[in-house]
Design a protein around this ligand. Structure first.
Ligand code: ADP
Ligand code: MG
Length: 265
């Protein structure tokens, strides 16, 4: 008991707030307009009265911690969406960026697999139309233009805050493995590399990651890195109440976070 207390005390001593500054350029990327000076994403969210980060903000935080995410830019106009799609490369995904919409897909705010400029143009108007219909007063900041990650084995990395032990990490395979079978592994943060490897091997779906029926094995080292970096992130930012990297596409080489959600206390 005493040793747990000491360990927790040591953890609290290590806690150091690391501001994640949005440079003027990244701020433009996320909010569509330029700031006079750089601002911390968490401070910015609070100032706006939000208790969560927008997807592009959450992805900037991920990038800061070496967690791979899909390439993206926030467009303010339809022409800009086409321009950014060309720069990023097809196929493209468009998503609504709004402080009033947490679940983008449910309001018709996500359009996948867009193949060319025509499809981007149509999808752009369709998203705005859908969002206006579902939530007429939603404030729209822009449309997120992002790289479409090829489908692959999907995993989920999450973090929640245990009132007694602080941040805890979660790992599972995507889809029915987590939602139906509750096949997940948990560890209290911070985790070591061997903790991360154990989390991955202990889920029942592990054989799928190792490759089966001629399927290539998934890049386990990439998942280990994501778990350890997520651990660092939640240890550095105690204001994070919940984090959800869901899904992460895992390839033979590398992985990519497709959607990132960060809820603040
Ligand atoms: P929501 O806010 O509703 O969770 P998401 O950003 O997760 O919206 O998008 C919904 C789904 O669309 C994802 O779960 C994923 O299956 C798919 N998706 C989203 N972005 C991409 C992407 N860049 N590449 C491939 N699939 C994607
Ligand atoms: Mg999602």
């Amino acid at each position: 008991m005493v040793s747990t207390k000491i360990a927790m005390h040591q953890k609290s001593l290590k806690y150091k707030y690391r501001p994640i500054e949005l440079s003027r350029e990244t701020f433009r990327l996320v909010h569509g307009f330029k700031m006079k000076k750089s601002l911390d994403v968490f401070t910015q969210a609070r100032r706006e009265g939000r208790n969560y980060l927008l997807e592009p903000e959450a992805k900037i935080v991920c990038m800061e911690y070496g967690i791979p995410v899909t390439r993206f830019k926030v467009a303010l106009t339809q022409d800009e969406a086409v321009k950014f799609a060309d720069q990023i490369g097809y196929p493209i995904v468009l998503k609504i960026v709004s402080p009033d919409i947490l679940h983008k897909f449910d309001v018709g705010g996500v359009m996948l697999s867009l193949k060319d400029a025509d499809e981007v143009n149509t999808a752009y108007s369709k998203i705005l139309e859908n969002v206006k219909r579902h939530k007429p007063d939603a404030k729209i900041l822009g449309v997120l233009v992002q790289e479409m990650a090829p489908s692959s084995t999907e995993v989920i990395v999450g973090a929640t805050k245990d009132p007694q032990f602080g941040p805890a990490l979660m790992f599972g395979l995507g889809g029915i493995f987590v939602e139906v079978l509750k096949d997940v592994a948990f560890r209290i943060a911070p985790i070591t590399e061997s903790d991360a490897r154990e989390m991955i091997t202990e889920v029942k779906g592990y054989p799928i990651l190792k490759g089966y029926r001629g399927q290539p094995p998934a890049d386990i080292d990439a998942i280990v890195k994501i778990l350890m970096n997520t651990s660092r992130l939640v240890m550095d930012h105690k204001e994070i109440k919940e984090l959800d990297l869901n899904p992460i596409m895992v390839y033979e080489k590398g992985a990519k976070t497709v959607d990132a959600r960060i809820i603040l206390e």
